[in-house]
Design a protein around this ligand. Structure first.
Ligand SMILES: Nc1ncnc2c1ncn2[C@@H]1O[C@H](COP(=O)(O)OP(=O)(O)OP(=O)(O)O)[C@@H](O)[C@H]1O
Length: 362
């Protein structure tokens, strides 16, 4: 058995861990872009997340990991009609996208001559097939060919990939948790691409001696005896896994008030954010945060946390400036909103008191 460094053994880096967990609760948040220095546990956290998450049910033998209870590829659809669909379970995995990947490697290919003779054996699934219902990890996404990024992000947005050659088409679901990493010193991403990542976090190296020493000790302990180390964190891992499963279950019941929706849109407008993806992602993220905390009602703190993850990379900025959230402005708007809520509550209380008084006088 191969042991993966446990997610709960990662020291600090709370924001990165939270962003990953929220995407695991709702992959429709649209992934996370992790900006930061080398050696700050980015890839460790992603591998650890895949290992932490529960196994997924897949159609046996399906190259696209189709969900037997969800959307099916053309091949599985046929199998289902014939009653030949078998179910098995698989661990989630991290699929790496190499920097030099070609379009064919990403989308997949069909050998037409072979297709005529041998049918489906002619299919060469691409990275999007492998990534379906897994985690797609793009290290140094800012160095990736623009065209490949577009192809990837389009598939991610539609949730489908089409492999097409000379009129022969195979369509398969392509839903994954997208994680991109980049070192800003090696160049920024275009705003259009930044906007397609649901969340963004900046990771910095740990600046505290105690934390750094803890990292050394843990990594050494893990390397010397992974099995023992794993056992030590087993209980914490189990608790976190169950918290995520519970959050996934209640996510569909999570509600957000119209007042909070208006507040989100107002903040986006006030911060000069044009893209509607900002508002949508804030809402999805805030709902996932509420679900993670076991609640079915979004509150203002959830919204604030969601904004800190979903807005910085969508702020308008000058060329070569790093993406940053105007925190003072956000804080000021939150305070104004709280005041407005208090006023509304006072007015409601006054009205209720007046109504009670009238009733008593009748
Ligand atoms: N906060 C942390 N907690 C535990 N281990 C850490 C932490 N930060 C770094 N490490 C350890 O440091 C090493 C490097 O981490 P990792 O490979 O995840 O870095 P990275 O951010 O993905 O960098 P790169 O881009 O170079 O791959 C690993 O052994 C990892 O376990």
């Amino acid at each position: 058995m191969q042991y993966i460094y446990p997610f709960t053994a990662i020291v600090g880096q709370e924001k990165m861990k939270k962003a990953l967990i929220l995407n695991a609760i709702n992959p429709k948040i649209g992934g996370v872009l992790i900006r930061g220095e080398k050696g700050t546990a980015k890839s460790t956290a992603v591998r650890a997340l895949a290992d932490l998450l529960p196994e997924i049910e897949v159609v046996e033998g399906c190259p696209f990991n189709c969900d037997p209870n969800g959307e099916l590829c053309d091949i599985c659809k046929e199998k289902k009609e014939k009653g030949e669909l078998k179910i098995t379970k698989k661990k989630m995995k991290v699929v790496n996208l190499p920097i030099g990947a070609t379009e064919d490697r990403v989308i997949g290919t069909l050998d037409i001559e072979k297709a005529i003779k041998e049918g489906i054996k002619a299919l060469e699934p691409g990275i999007l097939a492998e990534a379906n219902r897994n985690i797609l990890y793009i290290d140094e996404v800012n160095l990736l060919d623009d065209h490949i990024i577009d192809v990837l992000l389009d598939a991610a947005a539609m949730g489908w990939n089409i492999i097409e050659r000379e009129g022969v088409k195979i369509k398969h679901p392509s839903r994954f948790i997208l994680v991109g990493t980049m070192n800003p010193e090696e160049g920024e991403l275009r705003p259009q691409i930044l906007d397609r990542f649901g969340l963004m976090v900046d990771v910095e190296g740990l600046n505290n001696v105690k934390d750094r020493v803890e990292v050394i000790k843990r990594v050494e302990e893990f390397n010397n005896n992974p099995e023992e180390f794993y056992k030590k964190f087993e209980e914490e891992q189990r608790k976190l896994r169950e918290k995520i499963i519970k959050a996934r279950e209640i996510l569909k019941d999570v509600e957000i008030s119209d007042e909070l929706l208006e507040f989100i849109s107002k903040v986006c407008i006030e911060l000069g954010i044009q893209t509607n993806r900002a508002d949508i992602t804030v809402v999805r993220t805030a709902k996932a945060i509420a679900a993670y905390n076991g609640r079915t009602k979004v509150n203002l703190d959830d919204v604030k946390e969601a904004m800190e993850l979903a807005l910085p990379h969508r702020m308008r900025r000058k060329p070569f400036e790093p993406p940053q959230l105007n925190k003072e402005k956000l804080e000021q708007m939150i305070n104004e909103f709280k005041e407005q809520l208090n006023n509304n509550e006072n007015k409601n209380n006054e009205k209720n008191n007046e109504d009670d008084l009238k009733k008593n006088m009748m």
